[in-house]
Design a protein around this ligand. Structure first.
Ligand code: NAP
Length: 285
């Protein structure tokens, strides 16, 4: 029953048509027996500040933040977690004791998914795309002890900026490169993991891939696509042809969502149930 005690949560972004967060969180809240609701809220850019500050007035427990507002919400917040501060990106706003606190659970969600897949220590990682998701991923990989990271983007400055950023957060050898298949192929033989951090291959552009080939990767290498819709992208298809271990973005989505619920409710969410909800939603018809 929705009443004055209902925990108010949600997602702010624009557009939100692609998002599975409301489905996942509402089903999980019900499964946990919590009196809570999770609302998708598409916010037009001129109202972003009012929407964030209004969370306090409307007694929201917290909201996730997605494209394009992960950086734009920061000026309205009272405090940032160490991850959000380092990455200068927020994917969760927690309202606690009248204060708005920004968190970033993307990177930790990514690391939790690697652990779950049995992927151990990574010495050399290739990152394709140098946007917000790549920043959170690279930050956590470097903190976990990855020795070398090569970042490729269609804009060289972005790749180089991200490399400089990560070098300032941990003792890691990081290099930025312009996206180029020849460069990539030269990096493959020593790479333990290659991660697609671009939206290339995401629905509806399902025939696309950010790489032309994954030939040259070590047989024990891992290919990770942050995309979860479709669950099996062209990039992962190339990886399967090379017999690499493949991982899609659904586990990261689930784990960042579980961290969200843990932070906002204090309870341990049922991760296996959340995964079932997402896998069912993205399964090909
Ligand atoms: P973003 O900020 O747009 O960053 C993507 C970066 O990749 C941009 O710099 C982009 O350049 C670059 N790029 C595009 N095509 C490329 C190519 N062929 N080769 C190299 N670089 C290329 O996006 P984001 O927010 O980081 O998100 C990236 C992906 O991760 C999206 O698909 C998103 O849905 C996914 N994601 C998944 C989860 C999860 O939980 N599974 C969480 C967060 C994000 P241009 O902007 O110039 O095109």
């Amino acid at each position: 029953m929705i009443d004055q005690f209902t925990l108010r949560m949600g997602l702010i972004g624009n557009p939100l048509g692609h998002s599975l967060s409301a489905l996942m969180h509402n089903r999980t809240l019900a499964c946990m027996g919590l009196n809570g609701i999770y609302l998708p809220m598409e916010i037009a850019p001129p109202y972003l500040g009012q929407a964030v500050l209004g969370l306090r007035a409307l007694s929201f427990t917290g909201v996730n933040v997605t494209i394009p507002y992960k950086q734009d919400v920061i000026p309205y917040l009272d405090e940032l977690s160490s991850e959000a501060q380092a990455c200068q990106a927020v994917n969760l706003i927690q309202h606690r004791d009248g204060r708005l606190i920004g968190h970033n659970t993307d990177g930790r969600g990514f690391m939790a998914s690697l652990l779950e897949e049995g992927v151990g220590r990574l010495n050399h990682v290739i990152i394709i795309g140098a946007g917000g998701a790549a920043r959170a991923v690279v930050y956590e990989l470097a903190r976990a002890g990855t020795a070398q990271v090569d970042i490729l983007d269609v804009v060289l400055e972005r790749a180089m900026d991200l490399a400089e950023f990560v070098k300032g957060t941990a003792p890691v050898q990081a290099r930025g490169h312009l996206m180029d298949q020849g460069r990539l192929t030269a990096l493959y033989p020593t790479a333990d993991l290659v991660v697609n951090c671009t939206p290339v291959g995401m629905h509806p552009g399902v025939g696309n891939s950010p790489v032309n080939s994954l030939e040259g990767m070590k047989p024990e290498g891992v290919a990770y696509d942050l995309i979860y819709n479709p669950p099996f992208t062209r990039f992962l298809g190339m990886a399967r042809n090379q017999r690499l271990h493949t991982i899609n973005g659904s586990a990261m989505l689930v784990h960042q969502g579980a961290l969200t619920l843990k932070i906002l409710t204090g309870a341990d969410p049922p991760v296996a149930f959340m995964k079932e909800v997402i896998n069912h939603a993205i399964a090909p018809a």
